[in-house]
Design a protein around this ligand. Sequence first.
Ligand code: SF4
Length: 748
Amino acid sequence: MNADGYTIAVRALCEFTAKQGDLDLRFTPSPTAEQGMAGHTTVALRRNSSYQREVKLEGQHSNLQVRGRADGYDPDLKQVEEIKTYLGDLHTMPDNHRHLHWAQAKVYGHLLCQKLGLQKISVALVYFNIQNQKETVLQQALDAAELADFFALLCGRFIAWAEQEVAHRAGRDVALADMVFPHATFRPGQRQLAEAMYKASKRSCCLLAQAPTGIGKTIGSLFPLLKATAEHRLNKIFYLAAKTSGRQLALHALANIQNSTPTLNLRTLELVAKTKACEYPEAACHGDACPLAKGFYDRLPAARAAAVDQQLLDKEGLRSVALAHQVCPYYLGIEMARWADVIIGDYNYYFDIYALLYGLSVVNDWRVAVLVDEAHNMVTRARQMYSAELQRDSLKRLRKTPPPALKKSLDRLYRAWLQLEKEQEADYQAYAEIPEKLLTALTRLCTDIGLYFADNPSQLAPDLQQFYLDALLFNRLAESFADHSLFDISKISKEPGTSTLCIRNIVPAAFLTPRFTASHTTALFSATLSPWNYYCDTLGLPDTTAWVDVESPFSADQLQVHVVDSVSTRYADRAYSVAPIVALMARQYHAQPGNYLAFFSSFDYLTQVSNSFIQLHPDIPVRFQTRRMNEADREDFLAQFTEDSQGIAFAVLGGSFGEGIDLPGTRLIGAFIATLGLPQLNPINEQIKLRMDKIFGSGYDYAYLYPGLQKVVQAAGRVIRQTDDRGVVYLIDDRFGRGDVRALLPEW
Ligand code: SF4
């Protein structure tokens, strides 16, 4: 899109202008992509030899360019065909879907009439049933003039919107070029980070940026990419964060940028989870159940127009526009992702298997800059995104009262699973392949449940639905099963029938690389991204990825680091470690009373040390992290660190207080870290080690050492938060004295 015109795909034009009625997301299984493609091919093979497939078409209305591909054209019959594959009963298809299909078919009809100079054309909707391979063809013979009017009507509805979009983006780019940095100066390190971001965008490459806490990473990453927007022709910036607090910081930074450049009219959207945005959590998303779904598309144009007038569409902003227009806030947010300049959300919106922002970027050919905050979390989060589990307990429950149509396939899966369970003697076993018999039974069950739901849309038992969704994901991941994942079976107890099947992703690189290459630039930043090869390898960053290690704004004398290598915190040595650790903590506290955090590898170890500490030093105030703290408990725990308080807080490394908390000044003056943070030694982690060894030749480092030390460095980083902070860190374990371990610790 530019000032001279706007290009839109036929499908997008129809969705924008011809959708009407209710939002209807009733659980209706649709054919898989493979079934859809196969259906299109089957229809085409039934046509005569002159039949043309995927006919490329384009047309113009005023300065609006419309492009697309018609599914098929039969020159003998002069018939354009829009093919739709489906499962179940065609009569249950909502009217507004049919309306949209006709709109697409008619637009193609018009474009063909124009291209071929036809006065009349037959426009057909071909519904192809995946189950019985039968076609239902709906036809209309239409005049070229009639179709031209229809095309003009749709384009007319869109053109006003397109014009305001062109004007908005032109104005935005001018204002961004004039934008000033919202603070008097850059903080130390912040300029280095900002320059690296800008250069990565200029080169159109990815960036790994290790940047210490306290330099202002949020604004230091957003500002340069906003500056780059016009010059590098960026359509959108996605700011992705693992936690709500990270997203709040980004919203705050954008508000600062906006305030410092009043001519800037930036549209900022916060994407929140459906569970948090939903106004009727007990309802289903369709017009018969939820008032905000009823007539959603009829009211959407007004809601959308009101929403683009708001600069900030955070959770509250979006909610107030949505409720003023009586539409669902969550789905209004999804719609606004098309029209926002900066989108803030969780990692999954761009990286997971069904990622909305990635999908929109590819379909719309957007040039996007992706910012990934606290990126040290990406390996763990991406592994979760590409893993799937099935519990045999769930299958057992389904078999108790199965719908007759599913009994056979449920039994078949049960038998295949039972056989595997019987053959496996160990509680845990990883397999080189996913057993064929199991997979065949699961695929068959998925097909049967899909057909059952299509035929019985009113009988959607939640248990069956959940199992179906889990099984679909499992099947999808099974299709791409390779060295990057494990297939394993864990027996939860000795009771038969309590096992879990898991496709466990270890190296998400294969899934993430296409996401990086689809972006114009992706910048991953965090205080702990060392060693960079671990992140490049496991995340699948392209070879062209740039790396920057931003200098710390703090001086070395602000933090005293003591390595206590006379103590071993290994499991076997724990009993001996308690006394010296207790003595060390008490000595430091008495030398300098104040607020301290003490980190241990587990709650058991924490309890061992804290029991002894309380007994020997009842004069020193203590508090503890406990298992299963909720958000209020966590806030309460942190609120007790005040500028005037004193005491030692016991916590678990890698838990809620080891990263992402900010206790500046005297709210925290020291940390004791009595662990290397290594993941627990167990059969799963041992399998991960083997796999890492096979792929990268560094099993122990990639499976244990690097993830462990990353947690240690995060925890140590809690102590110095601003330039006048002073503090102390004790790294307690003999292995901290080893050269290879010390080499992994940051300069500071
Ligand atoms: S308000 Fe909730 S139930 Fe209603 S459409 Fe939105 S997400 Fe669905």
